[in-house]
Design a protein around this ligand. Structure first.
Ligand code: ACM
Length: 672
């Protein structure tokens, strides 16, 4: 009998029996564990599944047990007893120590997971490692002929990088506590361990300040977190082994602060909350002592509220316009020999860093903060390019990579996955300065409704990049082979990426019925990078995010499958299975125009889709003709029409792009 290798790439796990191999194959782990070896047989996870705790009592550990029970109940559809049992449990969670109130930046996250047909155990130093282990265990549970089970296995696992973050921008669009806590649940499920909470920006100051109440009272439209809610979120995250790092972006990105405190700016105001997207002129005035007195009191309040040793001070995208326009600021710069506004910002950063340090914290800033003469303990977060981390490390700074991990730019998962956090050609000995990375969810076009569609499952791919050994994260097709199952698991852990997609598409379809937009939705993706802003520069904070473009994932799985089938057909014109798959998808897309035609004027959400649907129909017709030409070897009859369809498909409109365009283009090119 041939033994089957596990689907998980890079891990040569040979299953000892075909039965367990079948289950193991379905178990899509993400992140891949550092080391695993298969045992014999499987452990059933039936309605009698129980968890026991061992080692010193720790409330965080109890939450971990409940988290696992809940997740397994959701995944297996079985009622599982909620409370840990004293002994004889299916799974025992053993710790040797009690975790601190909140996780530390260099926490021991290693765990060992052992599964035999008789029982399972996860051991770790504290509940933090247990949290990582239960995330793996939940993913390992798969369904087979005998029901739900985990294959026998031994896993020794620990992260490659200590800092594995997710930035959540709650300023541009406020995210309610439920969204934040759900995000934390999902971070736990893929072993992300830092919630970077972007709390203040031009469009909203989102945390209650008792010292300067006009910050949230006038700067948030009433959408802010009370300090009690902040403490609740920090506790919720700590229970799941996750740190919370707040960001108060300054001196730019501060318009919302200035509504209540215009005297902080270099121009008199008055100010209103910014409703547009982009980079704006208002900035804190770096030349007045009163600015630093204000910041000292605010930092004092906020560093007391947020226990993490790191405190993010932003520093990005200061255009210097207010400073250039202010005679007082210009006079100050002249008197202090500051040659440009970057030098002035560097002075500001130095003083704010000193304030942060005086309150016992390490400052983090976006890569612009390196322009100054920063103390070495300032951490640099790259967003403009990957080179900045190397530059930072050469200057002695620790760094966090974000530039290739912007989830709001609607890149495919594979593009994020291709970026390694470790800069190339980093001199030996500096590797330790690369702390890890953060996926970023900037929220110009994210709402509580479509947040999960933008985050999941793509953030899991970044999580793997940050957790798993480098040589295990090089195979992009193998990553995609696991991604669908990972997305299922995330849904069981609470992600609404699929539910929201369906509900939003139903709203878009309205009287047409969701079937009428479904084929179009699978052929398109949102415009990438910042091209949505270019196509709709008039979008503002109140612009509804309820269109097709807001409802669809960044990457169409169907379009990806289509592309692979097209490549098989081009490589093997006699491959009838590939031809059938290509044709059946194209035939579905061909109907897009007809399906929508009766409803073209029914609602504005449908009206904007008439153009894209018509172009999709033409594109599909071109694809069908080309596919037949490739398969039969007979010349493409109307190449001019095909080329016209391709050219028109470059800009579908409605802030969309055709995800299938590259593959159809390849087909037309390959057609004789
Ligand atoms: C940034 O994206 N401006 C940090």
């Amino acid at each position: 009998m041939r033994l089957k290798a596990l689907l998980v790439s890079g891990v040569t796990l040979m299953a000892a029996s075909v039965g367990s191999a079948a289950y193991a194959q379905q178990a899509a782990l993400m992140p891949l564990p550092a080391a695993m070896s298969a045992g014999t047989g499987q452990l059933l996870v039936d309605g009698g599944f129980t968890v026991a705790l061992a080692g010193p009592a720790d409330p965080h550990l109890t939450v971990a047990a409940h988290t696992l029970i809940q997740r397994l109940s959701a995944k297996t559809g079985q009622f599982l007893a909620g409370a840990p049992v004293a002994k004889g449990a299916t799974l025992t969670l053993t710790v040797t120590g009690v975790s601190a109130a909140v996780p530390a930046p260099q926490e021991d996250e290693a765990y060992t997971l052992t599964v035999t047909p008789k029982g399972a155990s996860i051991t770790a130093a504290t509940s933090v490692g247990i949290n990582r282990g239960i995330a793996t265990f939940a993913q390992l549970v798969t369904n087979g002929p005998q029901g739900w089970a985990v294959p026998a296995v031994t896993i020794h696992d620990q992260p490659r990088f200590p800092w594995r973050g997710l930035l959540l921008d709650v300023s541009r669009h406020f995210m309610p506590i439920a969204s934040v806590e759900r995000t934390i649940d999902l971070m736990q499920a893929v072993k992300l361990n830092v919630l970077h909470w972007h709390l203040a920006d031009n469009q909203g100051f989102r945390v209650e300040s008792k010292v300067f109440p006009k910050l949230h009272q006038l700067g948030s439209d009433g959408d802010f977190y009370t300090q009690d809610q902040v403490r609740q979120v920090i506790r919720y995250a700590a229970d799941r082994g996750i740190r919370v790092v707040p960001e108060f972006d300054m001196p730019g990105h501060t318009t919302a602060w200035l509504v209540g405190y215009p005297e902080l700016a270099s121009a008199p105001g008055p100010y209103t909350i910014e409703r547009h997207w982009g980079v704006f002129d208002p900035a804190l005035d770096p030349t007045r002592d009163s600015t630093y007195q204000f910041l000292d009191r605010l930092v004092s309040e906020m560093t007391a509220l947020f226990p993490d040793p790191y405190f993010h001070i932003g520093g990005d995208e200061v255009n210097g316009e207010q400073w250039k326009a202010s005679p007082a600021v210009q006079a100050y710069m002249k008197a202090h020999g500051l040659k440009d506004t970057a030098a002035l910002q560097a002075l500001f950063t130095t003083r704010v860093q000193a304030i942060v340090a005086r309150h016992g914290k390490h400052a983090i800033g976006w890569d612009e903060i390196m322009d100054g003469d920063m103390p070495k303990d300032v951490v640099v977060q790259s967003w403009r390019d990957t080179e900045s981390l190397k530059k930072a490390a050469l200057a002695g700074h620790a760094g966090i990579l974000s530039a290739p991990y912007y989830l709001d730019l609607s890149w495919p998962a594979g593009r994020h996955y291709a970026a390694d956090p470790m800069p190339e050609n980093l001199p030996a000995g500096l590797e330790g300065l690369i702390l890890g990375g953060e996926a970023c969810a900037w929220s110009e076009r994210l709402s509580p409704e479509n947040l999960d569609i933008r985050l999941w499952p793509r953030a899991a791919v970044v999580a793997e990049k940050l957790w798993s050994p480098k040589d295990m994260t090089a195979d992009i097709p193998a990553m995609y082979a696991r991604l669908d199952s990972v997305a299922d698991d995330l849904a069981f852990a609470g992600s609404r990426h699929r539910a929201a997609n369906e509900a939003m598409l139903a709203r878009v379809a309205g009287p047409a019925g969701v079937g009428a937009v479904w084929s179009l939705a699978q052929a398109v993706e949102p415009l990438k990078d910042y091209n949505r802003s270019t196509q709709r520069p008039d979008a503002v904070q109140s612009t509804p995010l309820n269109r097709l473009v807001d409802a669809i994932p960044a990457e169409s799985a169907v379009a990806r499958e289509f592309g692979l089938a097209v490549d098989r057909l081009i490589a093997q014109p006699g491959d009838t299975a590939a031809r059938t798959q290509v044709r059946s998808l194209l035939e579905r897309w061909q109907t897009a125009e007809t399906l929508l035609a009766p409803y073209r004027q029914a609602t504005p959400l449908l009206a904007e889709l008439a153009g894209p649907a018509a172009k999709l129909t033409r594109l599909a017709e071109a694809g069908l003709a080309a596919a037949d030409a490739v398969a039969t070897g007979k010349p493409l009859a109307d190449r001019a029409a095909a080329k016209k369809a391709l050219a028109e498909a470059v800009e579908p409109g409605a802030e969309l792009e055709f995800a299938i365009l590259p593959a159809v283009t390849r087909l037309v090119k390959a057609a004789p």
